[in-house]
Design a protein around this ligand. Structure first.
Ligand SMILES: [Zn+2]
Length: 350
C-alpha cells in the first residue's frame, strides 16, 4: 500500500481558531501530519509525493468561484485597512436549512468581507498565506491515491492535511477547505460504477453528505457523535437519508455521548453491512482518530484497540480502498490509532 503526502501541506499554519468564545491556537496543525508520517513510516510506509493533476479533480467536486476565492482571499483580505494576520469571517448569510445545502451560486456582493462570510462557514478555517497551496496539495494527495487504486492498486493511504469532510461544494468549514474524500470518490467513479464512502471520524462529514446527497452512485455512510449538541450541529441526524435520486443512499449512525468501543465498532459494522448491500465496487474511508477518548474534542469513550477491530471489519469488504486522513487532534492518540488501524487493515485486506 502506498502512502501519499506532500510537504506543501504543511504550509497551512494558522494561529487562530475560534471556540467557546475565544480565539485559541488551532488544534488542526502541521504537527499532526508529522506524527502520521513518523508513525506510518515505522510500518514501512514511505511517503510518496503526489503528482499535480491540476484543478480538474478539484473542479469535479467544487464550484469554480469558490476555488477562485480560496486562491485569492489572503492577498485581498490582508489588504484591508488594519487587517489581522489571517482571513477570518465576521458576517454570514442566511442559509436555508435544507438537508443537502448544495451549491448556492455566487454571492451578489463583490467585497472581500461579504465573500469571506459566504465561503467560510466558521472560525476554524483561518486562511494564511500558504493555506491555498496546502489545501491544493492535500486535494492532489487524495487524487493521486485514488488514481493509484483506479489504476489497479488494491489500497492506498492519502495523508490529507488540511482535512476535507466538512468542506462543501462552495464552503470551507470545520478545518476543511477541499473535500478530499469526495475528490477521491469522484476519481474512483471514472473506473467504478458504485463507490461508497465510509466515515468514522467523530464529527459528521456534513460536506461529504451534501456533495452526494442527491446521487445514487455514491453511498455516504457515517458514524459520529450525536450532533444535537456537537459539531457540525445542523446535520448528521439519522433521518437524513438522501434526496431525489439519492434517496436511500445516505446513512447516518449517530452515537450518544459516552459511547464505548462496543457501540463504536458495532456502528462501523452497520456501515460495513450497508456498503456491502449497496454493491460498492470501490471504497473511500474517511479516517479520523478523534473518537478516541484522549482526543481534546472527543465526547466518546473509544480506546485504541477499537481502531484495530474496525480495520478488520472494513478490510473484510475486500474492496479496492482509498484511506483518506480526516481529523484526530491528540498526537498521542493519533500515534496509536492510525498505525494500528493501518496495520490491521493491510493484514486483513484481500
Ligand atoms: Zn473530526
Amino acid at each position: 500500500m502506498k502512502l501519499f503526502f506532500s510537504p506543501d501541506q504543511l504550509r497551512h499554519r494558522p494561529t487562530q481558531y475560534g471556540v467557546h468564545g475565544r480565539l485559541v491556537r488551532p488544534l488542526e496543525n502541521p504537527d499532526r501530519a508529522q506524527t502520521l508520517t513518523d508513525t506510518l513510516g515505522r510500518l514501512g510506509l514511505a511517503a510518496h509525493e503526489p503528482a499535480d493533476h491540476g484543478l480538474a479533480p478539484i473542479l469535479a467536486v467544487h464550484a469554480d468561484h469558490y476555488v477562485e476565492f480560496l486562491r485569492t482571499a489572503f492577498a485581498e483580505f490582508t489588504a484591508l485597512p488594519n487587517a489581522g494576520p489571517e482571513v477570518l469571517p465576521n458576517v454570514h448569510p442566511y442559509a436555508a436549512g435544507v438537508a443537502g445545502l448544495g451549491a448556492r451560486g455566487r454571492p451578489r456582493t463583490t467585497g472581500i468581507l461579504g465573500r469571506t462570510g459566504w465561503y467560510i462557514g466558521d472560525l476554524s478555517c483561518a486562511m494564511t498565506e500558504g493555506t491555498y497551496a496546502a489545501a491544493y496539495a492535500s486535494a492532489q494527495t487524495a487524487a493521486s491515491a485514488a488514481l493509484d487504486v483506479a489504476g489497479g492498486a488494491r489500497a492506498s493511504f492519502a495523508l490529507c492535511r488540511p482535512p476535507g469532510h466538512h468542506a462543501y461544494v462552495d464552503r470551507a468549514s470545520g478545518f476543511c477547505f477541499f473535500n478530499n474524500a469526495a475528490i477521491a470518490a469522484q476519481v474512483l467513479r471514472s473506473r467504478f460504477a458504485r463507490v461508497a464512502i465510509l466515515d468514522f471520524d467523530t464529527h459528521h462529514g456534513d460536506g461529504t453528505q451534501a456533495i452526494f446527497y442527491a446521487r445514487p452512485d455514491v453511498l455516504v455512510a457515517s458514524t459520529h457523535t450525536d450532533p444535537s449538541a456537537y459539531y457540525p450541529h445542523y446535520f448528521g441526524y439519522a433521518e437524513e437519508r438522501g434526496e431525489a435520486e439519492g434517496d436511500g443512499f445516505n446513512l447516518n449512525v449517530p452515537l450518544a455521548f459516552g459511547s464505548d468501543d462496543t457501540a463504536f465498532t458495532s456502528a462501523v459494522g452497520t456501515l460495513v453491512d450497508a456498503v456491502a448491500a449497496f454493491g460498492a465496487e470501490a471504497l473511500v474511508v474517511s479516517a479520523g482518530w478523534d473518537a478516541h477518548h484522549a482526543d481534546p474534542l472527543s465526547k466518546l469513550a473509544v480506546t485504541t484497540p477499537a481502531y484495530g477491530a474496525i480495520a478488520e471489519r472494513i478490510a473484510g469488504l475486500g474492496l479496492p480502498t482509498v484511506i483518506v486522513q480526516e481529523g484526530g487532534y491528540s498526537l498521542e492518540a493519533v500515534a496509536e490509532a492510525a498505525p494500528l488501524f493501518t496495520q490491521r487493515f493491510v493484514a486483513g485486506h484481500r
